[in-house]
Design a protein around this ligand. Structure first.
Ligand code: SF4
Length: 61
């Protein structure tokens, strides 16, 4: 299992993670990325790499 945390103060809502995630983990909610399907996460850290704000952390739990 992977825990995905989006720092809402850093998220600029550019949807990079929404578009890059191979598991469709993210949805936009109120202009911010929300990891609504974190149970589908593969732990690939693509979202971490593509986020220009450094707003996402992925941790194995
Ligand atoms: S680590 Fe990979 S699978 Fe998990 S949310 Fe990020 S991009 Fe999606």
């Amino acid at each position: 299992m992977w825990e995905i945390v989006v720092d809402k103060d850093k998220c600029s809502g550019d949807e990079e993670c929404v578009n890059a995630c191979p598991a469709q983990v993210f949805e936009m909610q109120g202009g911010k990325a929300e990891p609504v399907h974190s149970d589908e996460c593969l732990g690939c850290e693509t979202c971490v790499e593509v986020c220009p704000e450094g707003a996402i952390t992925v941790t194995e739990i």
